[in-house]
Write a protein that binds this ligand. Structure first.
Ligand SMILES: Cc1cc2nc3c(=O)[nH]c(=O)nc-3n(C[C@H](O)[C@H](O)[C@H](O)COP(=O)(O)O)c2cc1C
Length: 151
């Protein structure tokens, strides 16, 4: 099982969570490619079997600038990911109310439109509740990994 891991971050938290997730997934026996500046071509070229996206939220529910070019290119070129299992870890702050974790939510909806298959429900990490999102994500990651291994 070859997992591609992509992140979108403003201040680096989501990047850190993605880096720690890569280490954790490798230790669990998955082949991992951390795709740092994703494009549709690098994603397709990496030939991954599954996808993990870690994405924070900025503005009023927006995707960080670091992931926006990829998101827009995916919308424009619409590479079908039929049946590819994916998971999203969304970072946000519940203090933003209705736009809580909407960056990750937008990524999730796009992957569903591309016919990828959500392995387990999106994890929402609330910055107003935790200062260690990279370790808080580990139980969710274990569930994600076991889902991928049984797929
Ligand atoms: C200017 C700004 C706008 C934000 N807007 C939202 C938002 O609309 N919804 C949300 O859930 N979190 C929002 N956040 C919170 C961040 O998503 C959260 O702090 C996250 O952990 C940052 O991760 P990063 O370091 O990877 O960018 C905002 C933070 C900042 C500084």
């Amino acid at each position: 099982m070859h997992l591609g891991i992509i992140s979108g971050s403003v201040f680096g938290t989501a990047d850190l969570v993605a880096d720690e997730a890569a280490t954790h997934c490798e230790a669990a026996g998955l082949q991992v490619t951390r795709i740092k500046q994703p494009t549709v071509d690098t994603l397709v070229g990496a030939a991954v079997d599954a996808l993990l996206v870690v994405c924070s939220t900025t503005g009023m529910g927006e995707i960080p600038d670091s992931l926006m070019p990829f998101y827009l290119e995916m919308q424009e070129r619409f590479p079908l990911l039929t049946g590819v299992p994916f998971g999203v870890i969304a970072l946000g702050d519940a203090g933003y109310g209705d736009t809580f974790c909407q960056g990750g939510q937008q990524v999730r909806e796009l992957l569903q439109e591309l016919q990828a298959s959500e392995a387990i429900a999106m994890l929402e990490l609330d910055a107003s509740e935790t200062v260690t999102p990279e370790t808080d994500a580990l139980p969710w990651l274990d569930e994600f990994i076991s889902h991928l291994k049984s797929a």
